[in-house]
Design a protein around this ligand. Sequence first.
Ligand code: NAD
Ligand code: DAU
Length: 339
Amino acid sequence: MKILVTGGAGFIGANFIKYERKAHPQDELICVDELTYCGNLESLEEELKDPAFKFFKADICDAGEVERIVGETRPDVIVHFAAESHVDRSIEDPQIFVRTNIIGTQNLLEAARKFDVARFHQVGTDEVYGDLPLDRPDLFFTEDLPLKPSSPYSASKAGADFLVLAYHRTFGVNVSISRCSNNYGPYQFPEKMIPLMIANALADKPLPVYGEGINVRDWLYVDDHCRAIDMIIRNGADGCVYNVGGHNEMRNIDIVKLILKELDKPESLITFVTDRKGHDMRYAIDSSKITGELGWKPETMFKDGIRSTIRWYLDNRSWWEKIITGEYKDYYERMYGNR
Ligand code: NAD
Ligand code: DAU
């Protein structure tokens, strides 16, 4: 199988490429990534040494470029991760989210349609459902809920999901969508909560907790998400949406305290700061559909996953320290500047 991965230099995309190479070494992988502020080619250092792995630095908002790459590589499957993915940035500057997440997705769908790509998989988010109240622990997100996004980020992802379903119904493009909860693990950009808290704790800097820290997220180890996508692209039904989650609901403050404990740092580093605008209260996924249809279940317990994630950030300081200093941006020039 030939799989074209967009956004493969980002957090989940890079983990997905590593997962696929191990699980299906016979498959061909192509990565398309514009290397925006959060795309880091160093995450794919090993893969880039493999002559069978192809990397294209390209903007998915450039329709001509997308058509050229898909036409030239003729993938069987497109797995679409590339996105603006950080909620706080979408509150600062919504427009780039509309451009990348909606126009970029439509360009890829158009190319999938033109070149008869056998499956277009949209990597979606549980945030499209909005949020759940803290006092109703019996409520979960199911696939049939209406979409009710809260932030410009989640609204742009909902728009993208609608386009995917429209291309299925109107043009017969073979599609699937996964809507996953919060991921954590190696290679996550240190603007997201878990890596940011680890990096700040290691530097003895304040850990900025929004509001009272009582918002709840359903955390899933990134490899479990990658395995779910792998199962969907191989065995998932055409035109279907699958929710993916860890049944691991935790309050932000409890995660921050756990990180401090693991790193042997004092809780006095915790600093409560002004809340995020429109901050979603609780996310909780019902993943019984993917479990029932495809046999997927999370395999990594949070207590193990968070330990190995912290260990990874300790063992790979240069990966995230270069991000913090901005040095990682030179990597592409060093790697490709003179080729
Ligand atoms: P990320 O921000 O770490 O990576 C995004 C990648 O997309 C980067 O490599 C970036 O360079 C690339 N990109 C951005 N704009 C591009 C453009 N115009 N053209 C080409 N490439 C571009 O994101 P992530 O956390 O790995 O998330 C990946 C996908 O998974 C996103 O679609 C996100 O909505 C979804 N998702 C994320 C989570 C999570 O917890 N992180 C959970 C559910 C779903
Ligand atoms: O649910 C899936 C989504 O999870 C993905 O679609 C998004 O791409 C991904 O970024 C993530 O969104 P969140 O907004 O939930 O993740 P983030 O890591 O930004 O924040 C997690 C929680 O921690 C949230 O309640 C806000 C809070 N937070 C975050 C940061 C960065 C803080 O309290 N302090 C912080 O500094």
